[in-house]
Design a protein around this ligand. Structure first.
Ligand code: MF3
Ligand code: CO
Ligand code: CO
Length: 293
């Protein structure tokens, strides 16, 4: 069956899905539409519209409020399972969905990664001890939109090594974020992280990367936490992705446990991670899951 092509007039609803009239929306930004199409075609990157960014931001606000409440419950003696129960219930209470639950077979609603666990720790019977470090990585889906962020917390009083790796991981994310601007490249982000972390005598995990996020959990592009200045895809406004460097105090080598999820350092030494969801803006960047670093 043949259908007539829909004619877009100034007063028809904009095809970008904003619910605004075409004349008040994308007609004024033909350039952006073509960049949008180019990024989709060349890289499979979904540039986000303002209404989508607003929804991701709302999801990010929920995420950060839950993460702040998790921070208050962290203390020696707590089972990692209790973090899962809390995060799951808070997400459901807000009318959202925990993205990790049943994602490629992941059995819980949040990732909880203690000490030598690099990422994807499955909450369960492990009990937090004084001096441990613990990363809690939360991804709610609110109104169909995803935000993804994590923090590493101290349990009780931190050790010297714990303090060092948590501080280097936080600063690594901060430097990665500060490299974000339209016209900068993905390689600039990786370089900023790697050069700092390695200068501190730490190592950067290669096997896990940041990712586009918002409409789906893991979108293009991959965000490597190592790299070369000026290399890789050029950043443009409307890109939304995570930066989530995993920094080891020892060697970067890792293996995945029998459970097929838990990634741990081969040398058993500490690993720490911070993650935020970052929007590329006209002038630089905005965190859609902001917290102090
Ligand atoms: N939240 C993790 C990330 O930052 C992904 C976890 S996948 C899961 O990308 F299945 F383990 F939840
Ligand atoms: Co992520
Ligand atoms: Co995450």
């Amino acid at each position: 069956m043949k259908t007539k092509p829909v004619k877009i007039g100034p007063n028809t609803l904009c095809p970008c899905g904003s619910q605004k009239k075409y004349k008040n929306c994308c007609r004024n930004k033909k350039m952006e539409i073509s960049i949008k199409e180019e990024y989709k075609r060349k890289y499979d990157i979904l540039l986000k519209e303002p209404h989508q960014i607003q929804s991701i931001k709302k999801c990010g606000e929920l995420l950060i409020s839950i993460l702040n409440n998790v921070e208050k419950m962290i203390k020696p003696g707590l089972k990692t399972e209790a973090i899962n129960t809390f995060v799951h219930e808070e997400i459901i209470k807000a009318g959202a969905i925990p993205a990790p639950l049943n994602y490629r077979g992941f059995p819980k609603s949040v990732c909880v990664s203690v000490n030598e666990v690099i990422c994807h720790g499955i909450p369960g019977e492990r009990i937090l001890n004084d001096g441990d470090i613990v990363n809690v990585d939360i991804t709610p889906i609110l109104d169909g939109y995803y935000a993804d962020a994590s923090k590493t917390f101290f349990v009780g009083s931190p050790t010297k090594e714990g303090q060092k790796i948590v501080s280097v991981a936080a600063e690594s994310l901060k430097r990665g974020i500060q490299a974000v601007a339209p016209g900068a490249t993905l390689g600039d982000i990786g370089y900023a992280i790697q050069s700092y972390a390695e200068a501190c005598g730490c190592s950067v995990v290669r096997e896990f990367v940041g990712h586009g996020v918002g409409i789906d959990f893991h979108e293009q592009p991959q965000i490597l936490h190592f790299g070369t200045k000026r290399k890789g895809v050029t950043l443009v406004p409307g890109m939304v992705f995570t930066i989530e460097p995993m920094i080891n105090i020892g060697k970067r080598d890792l293996h995945v446990l029998e459970d097929r999820w838990t990634a741990v350092t081969n040398d058993g030494a500490l690993s720490a991670q911070f993650e935020q969801t970052i929007l590329v803006t006209e002038n630089g960047w905005e965190s859609l899951t902001p917290f102090e670093l």
